[in-house]
Structures are given as structure tokens and as C-alpha cells.
Design a protein around this ligand. Structure first.
Ligand code: NAI
Length: 703
């Protein structure tokens, strides 16, 4: 059992011991109830203190148990809380560091609570698409008031214990400890005091017996629901949080508990909660590389050099400046450096103006930035990231130079989005130190970092780059070397399919709207206009050479031939008004598409939004299967993280792979077979990947 029982004079102390955060898994729950039993039987014990060892009181439910029968196995959390309430001897919760979710609910079932200052207190279940399921929605409003509790439960955000202590009339804390160190002594003293006060057998206080009212209940809850609905569009849980707190004010406690439980169980089965729990786990999983043990030694990264101060170089630099790591930017010409620095300044100044960055922080960050035209000045950097033109010849010059000048042990990274990282590594005599760090534009904003593992990349280099990714607050996902890596390789198939949809009868706006309704941040054509259609054009021209059999719609090329590169030329798939980003459907483009259809002899047909979404999303899924089979990605959930953090895939659907699992892989495969009959489409496009066929045959899923 992962809880310890010890008697200190006349007080029993039950200490949860389930690192890292004393999650309330079965064995911890058993430890608590057995401790309560033991204390009950021991006549010398007058009171009980429950606390947590190490870094937390308790972080709440053990997420590993989610959805497994273990979570419900007795004593489940509700029973543990009931055992605290029913204890004949006063139970005091001694809270420090973290009391979240089930941890806080447990404390609310104790008769008394003492908290150390600085503890993070939260009911974060909403972040996993749930509501608190062990009385949190019924008990918290009784101790901190209805509005404060609603805010905490709907947002899931943590509040410091001392802030909660300041709420007028709060009954959450019976005492604040003078410090974290003094917590246990003061908790023992409180336990003895309350034991004395109840020695006469007077009933122990229970949160459930406190009143719960709001003076303008109906109006307040209507207002809260409207607010929450407006911000949580696609997520059912936040509104349910409001419903549950309202129930605390209108129902008897036991009825409120049943109401909460019903909502909790229903939400557990929603695809949204499944998606959010999946992302929670996927995010942690992405950091683990199957053949790189967690204790792999890492290199020290105290300084960074960035080669190229263009669009990407500037954004990349900002990440490190934000993390307090000094950066030197290197360019060939002073003007380029000046431009790069000016852009960084402009970005920071915009943040200062919006009140998102304090002036002194801005100055601290700029002070960490320096520039140079000479490789000698960057020789001592621990990590150098190359972000020069996307041209193998230029990369060759740069990496040969880096190999000559950089100190031994420096990591040499390339931000290339399409070039072969193995080839780049071969320009040096130290391929083990070379790795891809593929940032996404704007690099200071986008969360995704594809870490491209070359054939010879050292394990310590990978481990270091993954750790530095975390330090600069990116979601780092490892990709093997292939054209486009994980994300862009998949998006190419999606873009091809978008082109076919247009040839068959869709307008760009119809495709974009369908995909945006599905939840993508932006449809493929608005995205093309934003990124610049000329970029895809250049890639296709290369493809026409490399893969002459691969079929593409020519519409995108015709568009570029018209000079319509997108927002930067005020014309792309859409028209744009000077200085504005609103996409206005273009008559010229519609005519171009209509003429192209005529040339191909295609009679346009009406295509339903459902088909649009299926064709685009399943083209991602099928390519992802190849990526998994080739070992380019280690797990399906990594691909989901790439798409959620880098490509605007709706997070509440959990990424393309979880989405396919939710639809059912059998259904995905059947639908793909139907698309394959399409007379216009590329004959091989819908050839299902062997992995997909195998999973369907074996009745398995990606996750
Ligand atoms: P950019 O054209 O904005 O910037 C490139 C910079 O490199 C220019 O300032 C240029 O003066 C400098 N440069 C060129 N040759 C150099 C050399 N030999 N030594 C030092 N500096 C040199 O290009 P951008 O968009 O920043 O792209 C850079 C790299 O990042 C490319 O490999 C690109 O594929 C990759 N990338 C670009 C993304 C994007 O959305 N723009 C996204 C992800 C990766």
C-alpha cells in the first residue's frame, strides 16, 4: 500500500506515498482507509492527520487508472472520502505544494483543513473534459462561495492557498500554517486542539452540512452558462461544471452528489473527454524515445547561435531569449542582421503594448541577443541552429564552416523543412552531433518542434534537444528522416486531395468552410494564401521531376502562373483588400477553375461537406500509416501531437489518429474503398496502407 501509518503520541498520521504526486490509485486509497481503521481501533489515538510525502499533498486521480476497472474498485475515492467523514475521531488534512482534483476532494471530506502557504489548489478535471466526480462541485461552493467555486471549476486553474484564505467568509482552511516547514507541527497541534474540543462527543463538522446558496441564483447561473457557452464552443464539460455547481444550490447534498456523478460518467464517454485525456497522455509519451533511456546523459546548453536572421531565424532566437538563454545571430551582411533584430524588437514591442510583456523583461531579453558576421564569434556556442535559405548548396557551405569552427561537443541543428538531414550531416566530420530542429512559422508562437533524427544522430544529442525543446516550451516530437518529415509529408497528401476536390466541383471557399466547421483553424486554401502559394509550387515542380507518375491538380499551378501567391500579393485563392486579411471569393479564380474543368472534360458535381472532410482527414490518416510503418514516427499519438500543435487540427478531436479510432478504422477503410472508385481521383491515392488493413483485420486501433 502506498500510504504510511505512524502514530505521534495521541495523533495518527497517514502519509500518502505514491510519487510523483501521490495520485489516488487503488493502493493509495487502500492505504488511507486502512490507516483510518487502524486509528479507529487504537484507543490511544485521539485524532488523525492526512498528508502527502514529497512534492504534493495529492495531485488527484491516478490518470493511469482512467477508464480501467481499477478506478472503480473499492475503496473508490467516494468511499475513501466517506470513510473520512464517518471517522469517529477528527480527521485533519495537512495540505502543502499541490492539492488538485481528487486530492482537494479528499481534503474537503476531512473534518478540518490546514494549508501551507504557496500550495496550488485546483479542480482541473475540466481540462480533461470532465467535471470533478467525487463531490468537488458540491463541497467547494459550500466552503468558498458559489461564484469563486464556479470560476475555479470551470477554468480548472490553480489558485494559491493563501489567496483562497483571503476570500471573505471562507471555510476551506481552518488554519494557514506559518510556513511549509511548520505545517506538520501545526497540523498536529490543530489535531490535538480539535480532539480536545470534541472530547465530549459533540459532532464533527462536515462540509456537506454547510449551507449553499446564491442570492440571485437563477440569474447568476444563466449568466455563467452564457459566458461559458460562448468560450467553450466545442466542449461539453465547462457548461456541465456550471450545472453541477447550480445543483449544489438547489438540491439536497446527496441528490447533488448523484447529479454530479451522472454528469461525470456521461462526460467520461464523450469523444471530447477521450480526446483531451489522449492529448494529456500523448504529450507525455512524445517526450519518450523508445531506444533512448530517460537517464541518457545530456549536454549542457548555455548559449545558442542562430545562422540566418530571416523569418525563421528571428522567431527561433526569441524562444531562447524568452527562456533566458543568450543568442548570437549570424548573417552574411550587416543589413540582414539589422533587419532581423528590428523584427525581434517589433515583436516584443507589440507584446509590451498589449501588456503581455513587462518593459524590464523586454530589455532583459534584448540584452541576451547579440549579432555577428563572423563564425569565430559563435565557435563557443553549445547549440547552433541553421536557418538559411532552403538550398542544399547553401546548407553545405554553412555546415562545412560550422564543422571547421564550432567547438567539440557543440550540437549542430538545421531548421530545414524539406532537405535530407543525413546529407546535411555528411558535410561534417561529426554527423553524431547533427540533428534537425524543425520549427514552425511563426517560430516564437507555434508550439510544435519536430526533432529530426538522422541516421547517425547521437542519443545524447537527441535527449538534449528534447530537453531544450521542453525548456523553450515546445511540444517536441521525434521524426525520422524523410521528405517533409511527419507533418509536411502528411499535409502534401491533404493538399493534393484538396486540389482534386476543386477539380470535381467544390469552390475553395466550400472546402475551407467544411474543414473549418470540422474544427481546423484554417482550411487548405486560406492556409495556402497565408503561407504563400509559391512555396507549394516550388515543391511541386520538384515532384514533377522526381515522381512523374504522381497526379496533382493543376489548378494551384495555374493560380501561381496568374501571379496569385496569396496574401503577400493581395491575391491568391481569394482576393484581399490592401492591409486586410479577410478572404473574399474571387471571380477570376472561379473562372480559372471552371475553364480547367472544361479542359479536363469534368462535369462538376455537388460534393457534401461530409465527403470533403472525410477525403481530407483520411488522406492524412493513410499517409500517417505509412509514416508509422516506416518508423518515421514512433507512435500514432506523436502524429496527433504534430497535427494539434503544428497544423491547427481541432484538439477536442484528439488529432487525426484518435479521430480515426473514434470513427472506427473499419469505417475509415470502407469509406476509403468507396473513394477509390471515384473515376476522377488518382487511381492509387486511396490504396489503403498495409498497417490500416492489418489493424482492421485484427480489430485493433491506433491507440
Ligand atoms: P528567409 O529567407 O526569411 O531567411 C533566410 C536568411 O538566411 C536570410 O536572412 C539570409 O540572408 C540568410 N542567409 C542565407 N544564406 C546564408 C549564409 N550562408 N550564412 C548566413 N546567413 C545566410 O528564410 P526562412 O523562411 O527563415 O527559412 C529559413 C529556413 O527555415 C529554410 O531552411 C526553410 O526551409 C526553413 N523553414 C521555413 C519555414 C517558413 O515557414 N518560412 C518553416 C520551417 C522551416
Amino acid at each position: 500500500m502506498t500510504a504510511e501509518y505512524k502514530v505521534h503520541g495521541d495523533v495518527a498520521v497517514i502519509t500518502m506515498m505514491n510519487p510523483p504526486v501521490n495520485g489516488l490509485g487503488l493502493s493509495t486509497r487502500m492505504g488511507i482507509t486502512s490507516g483510518l481503521d487502524q486509528a479507529d481501533r487504537d484507543a490511544s489515538v485521539k485524532a488523525i492527520v492526512i498528508t502527502g510525502a514529497g512534492k504534493a499533498f495529492s495531485g488527484g486521480a491516478d490518470i493511469k487508472e482512467f477508464g480501467s476497472p481499477k478506478a472503480l474498485q473499492e475503496p473508490n475515492l467516494l468511499s475513501v472520502i466517506l470513510a473520512c467523514e464517518n471517522s469517529r475521531k477528527p480527521v485533519v488534512a495537512a495540505i502543502h505544494s499541490v492539492a488538485m482534483g481528487g486530492g482537494l476532494e479528499l481534503a474537503l471530506g476531512c473534518h478540518y483543513r490546514i494549508a501551507a502557504p504557496g500550495a496550488n489548489i485546483a479542480l482541473p478535471e475540466v481540462k480533461l473534459g470532465l467535471i470533478p466526480g467525487a463531490g468537488g462541485t458540491q463541497r467547494l461552493p459550500r466552503v468558498i462561495g458559489v461564484e469563486a467555486a464556479t470560476n475555479m471549476i470551470v477554468s480548472g486553474e490553480a489558485i494559491k492557498s493563501e489567496m483562497l484564505a483571503m476570500l471573505p467568509g471562507q471555510k476551506l482552511w481552518d488554519a494557514m500554517a506559518s510556513s511549509a516547514e511548520a505545517l506538520m507541527d501545526e497540523a498536529l497541534a490543530l489535531a490535538r486542539k480539535v480532539a480536545g474540543a470534541h472530547a465530549d462527543g459533540s459532532p464533527l463538522p462536515l462540509v456537506r452540512n454547510l449551507p449553499c446558496k446564491h442570492p440571485q441564483g437563477a440569474a447568476y447561473f444563466q449568466f455563467a452558462r452564457n459566458m461559458v457557452k460562448a468560450t467553450a464552443k466545442n466542449l461539453p464539460a465547462p457548461v456541465k461544471c456550471v450545472d453541477a455547481v447550480e445543483a449544489a444550490t438547489t438540491k439536497r447534498f446527496d441528490e447533488g452528489m448523484r447529479f454530479e456523478r451522472d454528469i461525470f460518467i456521461n462526460l467520461m464517454w464523450t469523444p471530447e473527454s477521450r480526446a483531451l485525456r489522449h492529448i494529456f497522455m500523448a504529450d507525455r509519451a512524445a517526450a519518450k524515445i523508445p531506444d533512448v533511456p530517460e537517464d541518457t546523459p545530456k549536454r549542457d546548453i548555455r548559449s545558442v547561435a542562430v545562422i540566418g536572421a530571416g523569418t525563421m531565424g528571428g522567431g527561433i532566437s526569441m524562444n531562447f531569449l524568452n527562456a533566458g538563454i543568450p543568442v548570437v545571430m549570424l548573417e552574411m551582411k550587416q543589413e540582414a542582421l539589422d533587419r532581423g533584430v528590428a523584427t525581434i524588437r517589433k515583436n516584443y514591442e507589440a507584446q509590451v503594448k498589449k501588456g503581455k510583456l513587462k518593459t524590464d523583461k523586454y530589455e532583459q531579453r534584448m540584452a541576451l541577443l547579440s549579432t555577428t558576421l563572423s563564425y569565430d564569434d559563435i565557435a563557443q556556442a553549445d547549440l547552433v541552429i541553421e536557418a538559411v535559405f532552403e538550398d542544399m548548396g547553401v546548407k553545405e557551405t554553412v555546415f562545412k564552416q560550422l564543422d571547421k569552427t564550432m567547438k567539440a561537443g557543440a550540437i549542430l541543428a538545421s531548421n530545414t523543412s524539406t532537405l535530407d538531414v543525413n546529407k546535411i550531416a555528411s558535410f561534417t566530420a561529426r554527423p553524431q552531433d547533427v540533428v534537425g530542429m524543425h520549427f514552425f512559422s511563426p517560430a516564437n508562437v507555434m508550439k510544435l518542434l519536430e526533432v529530426v533524427r538522422g541516421e547517425k544522430t547521437g542519443k545524447d544529442v537527441l535527449a538534449t534537444v528534447m530537453a531544450i525543446g521542453k525548456k523553450i516550451k515546445k511540444t517536441a516530437v521525434v521524426s525520422g528522416v524523410c521528405d517533409g518529415f511527419i507533418g509536411n509529408r502528411m499535409i502534401e497528401q491533404y493538399s493534393r486531395q484538396a486540389g482534386f476536390l476543386i477539380e470535381e466541383g467544390c469552390t475553395p471557399a466550400q472546402v475551407d468552410k467544411a474543414v473549418e466547421k470540422f474544427g481546423f483553424a484554417m482550411g487548405p486554401f486560406r492556409m495556402g494564401d497565408l503561407a504563400g502559394n509559391d512555396i507549394g509550387w516550388a515543391i511541386r515542380k520538384r515532384r514533377y521531376q522526381e515522381k512523374p507518375d504522381m497526379k496533382y491538380s493543376k489548378t494551384a499551378d495555374l493560380l501561381c502562373e496568374m501571379g496569385r501567391y496569396g496574401q503577400k500579393t493581395s491575391a491568391g485563392w481569394y482576393d484581399y483588400q490592401e492591409g486586410k486579411r479577410d478572404a473574399i471569393p474571387s471571380k477570376l479564380v472561379e473562372d480559372m477553375i471552371a475553364k480547367h474543368r472544361q479542359d479536363l472534360g469534368i462535369t462538376p458535381r455537388k460534393i457534401a461537406d461530409e465527403e470533403i472532410v472525410q477525403r481530407l482527414v483520411y488522406s492524412l490518416v493513410n499517409e500517417a500509416c505509412h509514416i508509422l510503418e516506416e518508423g518515421i514516427a514512433s507512435r500514432a499519438s506523436d502524429i496527433d501531437m504534430v497535427y494539434i500543435t503544428g497544423y491547427g487540427f481541432p484538439f477536442w478531436r484528439g488529432g487525426p489518429m484518435l479521430y480515426a479510432d473514434t470513427v472506427g478504422l473499419f469505417n475509415v477503410l470502407e469509406t476509403m474503398k468507396r473513394f477509390a472508385v471515384n473515376p476522377h481521383d488518382d487511381a492509387t491515392f486511396w490504396q489503403p496502407a498495409p498497417l490500416l488493413q492489418r489493424l482492421v483485420a485484427e480489430g485493433k486501433t491506433f491507440n
